[in-house]
Design a protein around this ligand. Structure first.
Ligand code: ACO
Length: 183
């Protein structure tokens, strides 16, 4: 059976199924998820779905990355739980790269992951510095960090009780690996 990768906004009949697929992996309210998927368009952000006949197998979202020209940020890559380990994830990424190159003139893909580094490494992604998803990166200037001596005023706290210690269990550290691939 044919496997095709198509933009979700051209196949709105898969919206709810796609919502359920993503929510089965990353729980979020149905309304919020639908709203996010409904934002898909020919311009980024774009949600792409992998179909086998009329069966929804996977999803990937391409988001804009204004700080890097001709790039996108790949998110929410997911293959239906019962279909994993059969090569569909690799196919989803290969078709996504084709779509990026041919349809969107994108020449570099970025993503971040926590736990799937091995999967992306097999597909040719390499670890890179974190990228910002927001705004244009203009570089860091010396002045961004310099503080004039006149502007520093000592703040002397009088009779202010020390804050309570933060319980160690409440600290959640999420370390993500950023990866990229030149197309
Ligand atoms: N670590 C190392 N190797 C891996 C991993 C992993 N976590 N996952 C898969 N592989 C390997 C497979 O063994 C296979 O190796 P082979 O070619 O030597 O046989 C190869 O990668 C390709 O595997 P596929 O069968 O194509 O992958 P699959 O269809 O299972 O899809 C996916 C992989 C998309 C990660 C799937 O497991 C999934 O949906 N996981 C849950 C959601 C998730 O974590 N998505 C990624 C989030 S990160 C992001 O969105 C940018």
């Amino acid at each position: 059976m044919d496997l095709v990768l198509v933009p979700l906004h051209k196949y709105p009949e898969y919206l709810q199924k796609c919502c359920d697929l993503i929510n089965s992996e990353w729980k979020r309210s149905n309304t919020a998820r639908l709203r996010s998927l409904e934002a898909s368009s020919d311009k980024l952000p774009t949600s792409l779905i992998l179909l086998k006949g009329d069966i929804l197998l996977g999803h990937v979202k391409l988001s804009p990355l204004p700080s890097v020209p001709n790039s996108c940020f790949v998110e929410s890559v997911v293959i239906d739980n019962s279909e994993r380990g059969k090569g569909y994830g690799s196919l989803l990424m290969a078709k996504t790269e084709d779509y990026c190159r041919k349809t969107m003139n994108i020449s570099v893909i970025y993503l971040s992951t926590k736990g799937q580094e091995g999967f992306y490494c097999k597909l040719g992604y390499i670890e890179c510095m974190p990228v910002s998803l927001y705004g244009e990166f203009k570089g860091i200037r010396q002045n961004d960090f310099s503080i004039s001596k006149q502007t520093i005023k000592p703040v002397i706290a009088k009779n202010v009780p020390a804050p309570p210690p933060v319980p160690v269990n409440n600290i959640k550290v999420t370390i993500k690996t950023y990866m990229k691939k030149d197309l």
